[in-house]
Design a protein around this ligand. Structure first.
Ligand code: R5P
Length: 324
């Protein structure tokens, strides 16, 4: 016991008695009073240098099967992995397709139990594309009738940083989906895992700042660590401002690439902490170019026009390389 033998080098010790130990804050909105493990997981999702995240959402299959662009996740999504901070997926795809060697944070879909062929009643899930989905049949369970679809032990086994749960504020199953969320939060808090409430928008609900202020604030008040919602053209800064935890925006239906970049940029300028984008990346004409453009917009400070130019350059380069 070198330190206890009385001879060894008391004089060589350095106690830095004149240097107060630092008590640094935490970079992420509303997250400064969490425990170490939860902060560490959030720091894998949101980059500490700018507090932002690019999450790649490809969990759509959990209720709509092989979505366009996700027919073969190994072929279309894995090449995008190097450019994002976080993979938002289902446990089925995680185990079957995503290499366990990935260094990316995992946001695991943890609610489910209904499908596209459930009657849509007045709801469209998080899709909210304003079109009537004609697959619903009378007598089926409504889309909002979700349950928790993943145990906390599974989340730990799969090394999730975030659990994603759909919340249908204003729907027939509002109470149940909020209960799914609060139950998951109680379980996830025991292990330092974050829960992301995902705002599902129904046709009965206009996509207004009022609705998103209400929905995101309710989820945050009930304990969500982060919230996902749609961007609104007007007053989006009021949505982010009155939500005490980080908001990430959903990409929504496929837009022209420049429009998707503009929407992401505007959301970030108005207080969003990142994007959780799916179709606008994996359904782009060149998804690998698009993910790099979004990455440079989120973390590299590019404007939408510059990010779009980057997209076009990368796309053209690939086409050129193919011709050779
Ligand atoms: C659907 O419910 C999922 O949560 C998707 O991950 C979400 O809608 C984001 O994907 P997209 O950008 O395609 O809207």
């Amino acid at each position: 016991m070198a330190d206890l033998d009385g001879k060894s080098s008391e004089k060589n010790k350095e106690f830095f008695t004149s240097v107060p130990q630092e008590t640094p804050g935490f970079f992420l909105k509303g997250s400064h009073q969490y425990d170490w493990g939860l902060k560490n997981r959030l720091s894998r999702v949101f980059h500490p240098k700018d507090g932002r995240t690019l999450m790649l959402a490809f969990d759509h299959g959990y209720f709509q099967g092989p979505t366009t662009g996700l027919e073969r996740v190994d072929q279309t999504i894995l090449p995008l992995e190097p450019y994002v901070d976080c993979l938002m997926l289902t446990r089925g795809i995680q185990r079957a397709v995503v290499p366990a060697s990935t260094q990316k944070a995992i946001a695991l879909r943890a609610s489910g139990g209904t499908s596209m062929v459930s009657p849509m009643e007045e709801w469209e899930g998080s899709y909210g594309e304003g079109k009537t989905i004609k697959l619903g049949r009378p007598g089926y369970e409504p889309l909002s009738n979700e349950s928790i679809a993943c145990s906390i032990e599974e989340a730990v086994r799969l090394n999730a940083c975030v659990l994603a749960v759909q919340v249908f504020i204003g729907s027939q199953y509002e109470r149940q989906t909020l209960k799914n969320m609060t139950d998951l939060i109680d379980q996830a808090n025991r292990y330092g895992i974050a829960v992301m409430g995902v705002t599902a928008v129904g046709r009965a609900m206009a996509r207004t700042p009022q609705y998103f202020r209400l929905a995101t604030r309710i989820m945050a008040e009930l304990g969500c660590h982060l919230v996902k919602c749609y961007y609104t053209e007007k007053e989006f800064d009021t949505v982010t401002s009155c939500c005490p935890v980080p908001i990430v925006i959903a990409g929504g239906k496929k837009l022209p690439e420049l429009d998707a970049l503009k929407m992401s940029y505007n959301a970030l300028q108005q207080g969003a902490s990142g994007v959780d984008m799916g179709r606008n990346i994996f359904q782009a004409e060149d998804p690998i170019a698009m993910v790099q453009a979004v990455q440079q917009l989120v973390h590299g400070g590019l404007t939408p026009v510059k990010a779009h130019n980057l997209y076009l350059e990368l796309k053209a380069k690939k086409k050129g390389a193919r011709k050779k």
